[in-house]
Design a protein around this ligand. Structure first.
Ligand code: UDP
Length: 465
């Protein structure tokens, strides 16, 4: 079969915008090369995806699989941002119930490849049975995947303590590991304690074990040692596909109106003076953390733009309050936005001089594609590993905190912000962020990774249709 025949690739992301957006970026890049994509999600998610460019829309088929009903999941909840954290396991349960419709889809459409996320641990087996080459496309970096480790070691780590240091299979010296308080959040936060006993760690090891190849949202220049380790651990091809810089701007209904007042405020600020504060689509600080963040911002005197969502979709996740008099006192200094914000547009604005982030990987990529230095405050999941990798490579600055319980003070927030954004002493962070644009926002480098990835898919496609 000639190698230049166009491919049909099915993409099946997890139901979180931090996952769907990079999957969509990959879809667009692949379609730009003339290949056909089936992008599979649930109806509500497909409806609220950013609009596709006209020239690519005919090549990207948006496939809607209705989400089966499960108890305890609110109506209309189809993404993690629609529900509080303790309901996410029910969303996973509903997602697992897509098994039959996904099988039917693959049987009917017979794509050349299917790429899936870490959640559908049942999919590699189905793809293999149907003879469809398949890949785990990870929006998590190789350091996170290596840290989780291969199936052979899965049963060795039972207690939280087992996860709070670099695992024994990492053959080089490193500081990259979850901190104790992050591990405790993973164990106690309801993220892994599902009714079915299917934990997130289990899902990861199953997809890594079952897939034909791993495709990782990363690049050799950032983490060569971790990409190599991942390949050594799993003895299968690990293909970095580049950082997939975000190109979509928020397309939600209120975008124009919301952006107008934001832009007006940002336009009034001095160049590179503002700290943009946001913790992604899921993380929400506790009351105690929120108070320290707020008072730290105030104390720093740095102009701030803070996205602080207190609701998840239609579900109120419990009221958290800003410190008394905070908004009055900081009136000339900053603004608090309580709705979804067009993050990419904000980060692209000239007045932004730093990003106080949870280090979700999309936020990291988006900041560095616009050369914004990172001040990092993690909450859970892969954020701790991302943060430690960025710290080890001198790319981001972690707010100092108690390693056991994760507590931090307003003082450390204020000092960290001033260091990275204002003071001469922190210039290295600003310089490093500029340097990183080449890895995180460079079209040529992205194209190089995409081409070798597509070459692999082309030479290893299914033989019969
Ligand atoms: N995002 C946004 N507006 C918001 C919150 C989040 O545009 O108010 C986008 C953000 O630009 C990024 C994604 O949602 O593309 C969040 O992904 P990330 O990996 O940073 O964090 P997660 O939500 O997965 O924790």
């Amino acid at each position: 079969m000639p190698n230049d025949k166009k491919l049909h690739i099915a993409l099946f992301p997890w139901l979180a915008f931090g996952h769907m957006i990079p999957y969509l970026e990959l879809a667009k890049l692949i379609a730009q090369k003339g290949h056909r994509i089936s992008f599979i999600s649930t109806p509500r998610n497909i409806d609220r995806l950013p609009k596709l460019p006209h020239n690519l829309a005919p090549l990207i088929d948006l496939v809607m699989l209705p989400l089966p009903h499960v108890d305890n999941l609110p109506d209309n909840a189809e993404a993690t941002s629609d529900v509080p954290l303790d309901k996410v396991p029910y969303l996973k349960k509903a997602y697992d119930a897509l098994q039959d419709s996904m099988t039917q889809f693959l049987q009917d459409s017979k794509p050349d490849w299917v790429l899936y996320d870490f959640v559908p641990y049942w999919l590699p087996g189905i793809a293999r049975k149907l003879g469809i080459p398949n890949a785990f496309f990870s929006i998590f970096i190789a350091a996170t995947l290596s840290y989780i480790g291969p199936k052979a070691y899965f049963s060795e780590r039972k207690n939280p303590e087992d996860y709070a240091s670099p695992p024994k299979w990492v053959p080089f010296p490193t500081t990259v590991a979850c901190r104790f308080f992050e591990v405790m959040k993973i164990f106690n936060g309801g993220i892994t304690s599902e009714e079915s006993n299917v934990t997130d760690f289990y899902r990861f090891v199953e997809v890594m074990d079952g897939c034909d190849i791993m495709v990782v949202r990363s690049c050799m220049e950032l983490e060569p040692e971790w990409l190599q380790l991942l390949e050594d651990l799993h003895r299968k091809p690990v293909i970095p596909v580049g950082q997939l810089p975000t190109t979509v701007h928020d397309s939600r209904d209120n975008e124009t109106e919301t952006w107008l007042w934001m832009k007006e405020w940002l336009d009034k600020q001095a160049k590179s003076s503002v700290v943009y504060v946001a913790f992604g689509s899921e993380a929400k600080p506790t009351q105690e953390e929120l108070t320290e963040i707020a008072l730290g911002l105030e104390q720093s005197k740095v102009p701030f733009f803070w996205v602080l969502r207190t609701r998840c979709g239609t579900v109120d996740t419990g009221l958290i309050e800003l410190p008394e008099g905070f908004e009055e006192r900081t009136k000339g200094q900053g603004v608090v936005c309580t709705s979804w914000a067009p993050q990419l547009k904000i980060l692209a604005h000239d007045s932004v001089g730093g990003f106080l982030t949870h280090s979700g990987w999309s936020s990291v990529v988006e900041a560095l594609q616009f050369e914004r230095p990172l001040i990092i405050l993690t909450f859970y999941a892969d954020q701790g590993i991302n943060a430690k990798l960025l710290e080890e490579k001198h790319i981001g600055y972690l707010i100092p905190r108690n390693e056991q319980d994760g507590s931090f003070t307003r003082d450390s927030v204020a000092k960290s912000l001033r260091l990275v954004i204002v003071e001469e002493e922190g210039k290295m962070y600003r310089d490093k962020a500029k340097e990183m644009k080449g890895l995180f926002g460079d079209k040529k480098s992205q194209d190089k990774y995409l081409d070798s990835f597509l070459d692999y898919l082309r030479t290893h496609r299914r033989l019969q249709n």
